[in-house]
Design a protein around this ligand. Structure first.
Ligand code: PLP
Length: 397
């Protein structure tokens, strides 16, 4: 019997929470665990731009033949333009190579496996804290994980000097995972000046940045959110990007993202990219088409693109409003503790500062589900559930 001695895996800290939420019979339960955007009605609808692109595809698509290993070519082109800008010198020099991949997760996994199997970069520095799945993905691929300090609980801000101190101990060739924007879980991003300092540090030490860019458009805007990536990109000869369209196109279940490698020149990039493709071939052969066709249809069509940009703006602004409402409602409920830092954070998440025991109490006594670290998905707040959440917090604090 080969399965007898298989130990049960621990529940995933985020997806496990959703399972528990589904089983909870309470009608006024609230799930602020998983990072999924909700409208004020608590729904996660298909974007209008996506529906229109799908209608177009249904009419025009003429074959379901296999894609190449790297996926839809137009998609890979528009991804590069979104990441680096249409006038990017990296693109015109032919230094960037992109392969469509299944979501941000699949992109990170392909990047990590490629690095482990083909380069001497086998150590990756990740922020403390970081998205819980980073460690799973990188360890599964065979990378060794080290942490750099990031969040300062005392100031509820970025501990930039500690981050710099830790990265200064990294060795040349080590990988550094950087969240492109909307840091998950803290909601705290470096300033433009800090990005510049990070760029100088990684360049001086010969570190290799791996950008995880899962929230482009959810911070300050589609172009604005790329500033960190573009600042570092201008300073280093080689880096990688794993991006995702799960959130900013609402294409969660289409599993659409991309892995991009940028080499010091085109010839080196071509060689390295052949190994990225080999990694993909050994994993899933070639990617599914639908998500990539949606994204490339939207981004290459001026009207659909304008509609999508409006929809991203709407999502971003709604989240910002919920941050504000949350802070104001907590104050109105008489909570003395200062939560004003939450309105300055970016993206879907906030570190609330609530401790494990308080998180448990919210779940057990009030049916409010947040991640054990105190991370709240602000994108799941609505004008209806914010008063419920704030009343509960006021009772347990
Ligand atoms: N990277 C970060 C920081 C994330 O928060 C997420 C999703 O929550 C991902 C990557 C993965 O995105 P995807 O669902 O496209 O795999």
């Amino acid at each position: 019997m080969i399965f007898t001695n298989v130990a049960a895996a621990p529940a995933d800290p985020i997806l496990g929470l959703t399972e528990a939420f589904k089983k909870d019979p309470r009608e006024d339960k609230v799930n602020l665990g998983v990072g999924v955007y909700k409208t004020d009605e608590g729904l996660t609808p298909v974007l209008k731009s996506v529906k229109l692109a799908e209608e177009k595809l249904l009419k025009e698509e003429s074959s379901k033949n296999y894609l190449g290993i790297e996926g839809v070519q137009l998609y890979n082109k528009v991804v590069q333009e979104l990441l680096f800008g249409t006038d990017s010198a990296i693109i015109s020099a032919g230094r960037a190579f992109t392969a469509q991949a299944p979501g941000g997760t699949g992109s990170l996994r392909v990047a990590a496996e490629f690095l482990v199997n083909n380069t001497d970069s086998k150590v990756i520095w990740v922020s403390n804290p970081t998205w819980a799945n980073h460690k799973n993905i990188f360890e599964a691929a065979g990378l060794t994980i080290k942490e750099y300090r990031y969040y300062d609980a005392a100031t509820q801000g970025l501990d930039f000097s500690a981050m710099v101190d830790d990265l200064n101990t990294a060795a040349a060739g080590d990988l550094v995972l950087l969240h492109g924007c909307c840091h998950n879980p803290s909601g705290i991003d470096p300033t433009v000046e800090q990005w510049q300092a990070i760029a100088e540090l990684v360049a001086a030490k010969g570190l290799v940045p791996l950008f995880d860019f899962a929230y482009q458009g959810f911070g300050d805007g589609v172009e604005e959110d790329a500033i960190g990536l573009r600042t570092v990109a201008a300073a280093v000869p080689e880096f990688l990007v794993a991006n995702s369209f799960s959130k900013n196109f609402g294409l969660y279940n289409e599993r659409i993202g991309a892995v991009t490698i940028v080499a010091k020149d085109q010839a080196e990039g071509e060689k390295a990219f052949s190994q990225v493709k080999r990694t993909i071939r050994a994993n899933y052969s070639n990617p599914p088409a639908h998500g990539a066709l949606i994204v490339s249809t939207i981004l290459s069509n001026p009207e659909l693109r304008a509609l999508w940009e409006n929809e991203v703006t709407e999502m971003r602004e709604r989240i910002a409003k919920m941050r504000q409402l949350f802070v104001e409602t907590l104050a109105a409920e008489g909570v003395q503790q200062d939560f004003s830092f939450i309105s300055g954070q970016k993206g879907m998440f906030s570190f609330s500062g609530l401790n494990k025991q308080q998180v448990e109490q919210l779940k057990n006594e009030f049916g409010i589900y947040i991640v054990g670290s105190g991370r709240i998905s602000v994108a799941g707040m609505t004008t209806t559930n914010v008063p419920v959440i704030c009343k509960a917090i006021a009772k347990i604090i």
